[in-house]
Design a protein around this ligand. Structure first.
Ligand code: SF4
Length: 263
């Protein structure tokens, strides 16, 4: 189904790595975090361009060249890179940067910030470094929020969430905080239109295959989008993952891929 596959942010990040590797063939290019949550793409970049993926800057020699991934990076990591004289190329997606700017602006206005997202995801680590905020993953977390109910509150979100789940959490926030600032979700266009594409065929398919990595948030949300409507859906990395039992008696299969999988 269309649209599917790489989003503009991921394409730009991969091109950034390739451009640097070609421009500096005698240097090792380090990449902080997987540039894209897809192990096939990672392997290809390692084999073809000999780039090295790291999770911590301490794994990189002083003065080396490093790319920060599209998911966004917290300010303390930029500060550490500066201290270590690392040559940073920032591949943060502009839509993630927009969320960072919103967070900083709300903090400046003295508003309590609630971030809707998945704990531990790289994008959440980057966003939570921008200002003091409270993370919620579901409506139960909203109930537990330790913020004065009449305080000015605003929410921001991870860019790769399920539209459906996020709406429920937004509603819970509106019910709990009468002074909720006019806020809207930050789910990016690439995530939204891939979920909408699944919805547009949901009544015509017996099951859905999503090509993507376990670690890819937007791929997993595509699986959930179908499952929430009672359609079996499976995340696969390649055709080898398809089980013959899945296709028994099946007439029509939907196939799509997350924003971190090549088209
Ligand atoms: Fe940017 Fe959305 Fe792609 Fe993330 S999924 S890199 S926010 S376009």
């Amino acid at each position: 189904m269309e649209p599917r596959g790489f989003c503009a942010g991921v394409k730009t990040a991969i091109n950034t790595v390739v451009r640097l590797a070609e421009k500096y063939p005698n240097e090792t290019i380090y990449i902080k975090h997987k540039i894209v949550h897809n192990s096939e793409v990672i392997r290809e970049l390692q084999e073809k361009y000999h780039v090295v993926f790291v999770e911590k800057l301490s794994e990189i020699p002083n003065g080396a060249r490093v790319v920060f991934s599209a998911h966004g990076t917290p300010p303390n990591v930029y500060a550490e890179a500066k201290e270590r004289n690392l040559k940073v190329t920032d591949a943060t997606c502009m839509l993630v940067e927009k969320v960072h700017s919103k967070a900083k602006e709300y903090a400046k206005q003295g508003v309590s910030i609630v971030l809707i997202g998945h704990n531990g995801h790289q994008e959440i680590i980057g966003t939570m470094g921008q200002a003091v905020m409270h993370l919620v993953e579901n409506t139960q977390d909203v109930e537990k929020l330790n913020i004065e109910v009449n305080a000015p509150v605003a929410y921001i979100t991870q860019t790769t969430l399920s539209i459906y789940e996020t709406k429920n959490i937004e509603l819970a926030l509106r019910n709990k905080f009468p002074n909720l600032f006019f806020s809207r979700d930050d789910i990016c266009y690439a995530t939204t239109n891939r979920q909408e594409a699944v919805m547009s065929v949901i009544n015509k398919i017996d099951f859905l295959l999503v090509v993507g990595d376990e670690s890819s948030s937007n791929s997993r949300r595509l699986v959930e989008t179908a499952q929430q409507r009672g359609i079996n859906a499976y995340l696969i990395s390649s055709f080898k993952d398809i089980k013959s039992a899945w296709v028994l008696g099946v007439r029509s299969v939907g196939i799509t891929s997350g924003a971190s999988a090549p088209e």
